[in-house]
Design a protein around this ligand. Sequence first.
Ligand SMILES: Nc1nc2c(ncn2[C@@H]2O[C@H](COP(=O)(O)OP(=O)(O)OP(=O)(O)O)[C@@H](O)[C@H]2O)c(=O)[nH]1
Ligand SMILES: [Zn+2]
Length: 219
Amino acid sequence: MTSKEAILSESAQIVKSALIERGLETPMLPNELSAEVRKDKIEHHMREILTLMSLDLSDDSLADTPRRIAKMYVDEIFSGLDYANFPKITVIENKMGFDEMVKVNDISLTSTCEHHLVTIDGVATVAYLPSKSIIGLSKINRIVRFFAQRPQVQERLTQQVLVALQALLGTQDVAVKMDAVHYCVKSRGVMDSTSSTTTTALGGKFKSNPATRAEFLSN
Ligand SMILES: Nc1nc2c(ncn2[C@@H]2O[C@H](COP(=O)(O)OP(=O)(O)OP(=O)(O)O)[C@@H](O)[C@H]2O)c(=O)[nH]1
Ligand SMILES: [Zn+2]
């Protein structure tokens, strides 16, 4: 175990191991550089890139853009590449024996397409059938956001949220649906401004029981 892994929360370690086991981890290389060093290096390279595009970085509007991008990548839109940023998870014992579906609708989803590094904009719906544990509701939104803050393909993002919740809740009975507009389809390339993409990842009874599946997929 590296020193960085040693400080990861228990939840982060559980989720990371589950993704690796399922072959669903984002392709990543080990990186022991601190966030500050990474920002300095990204700033340097962004300066080169923008200069190669003929932009005059001595202009007062552009001067800080390389630093802004470096901060945005490391602290914001790609912060989910670092498990040290995995949210604090509150899981409590299901003492009330709640056994019906818990479903969180229309979770805001903003991610970045890993092929073009442009925005993916949509919503997620996440449900589970409680077993021994229930999870703090906002933690579902936070888990979606954590994995969205990586370069992504929508299929992997959907499955990562599924496996993370299955691991944390100790049940296979989890379902995730995402509906999103890809700006690599809308603002460039094929320039389609009306299509959106829906992906689902279903586990346990959501996959095997048609009524449970239908209840989740309705609305
Ligand atoms: N399956 C999947 N494909 C995606 C996602 N985001 C972007 N893509 C696609 O990734 C593909 C990359 O294809 P390439 O042919 O290598 O790239 P390109 O020349 O820029 O392709 P065009 O977008 O068709 O101009 C494109 O078809 C994108 O629409 C995603 O989340 N899931
Ligand atoms: Zn793309």
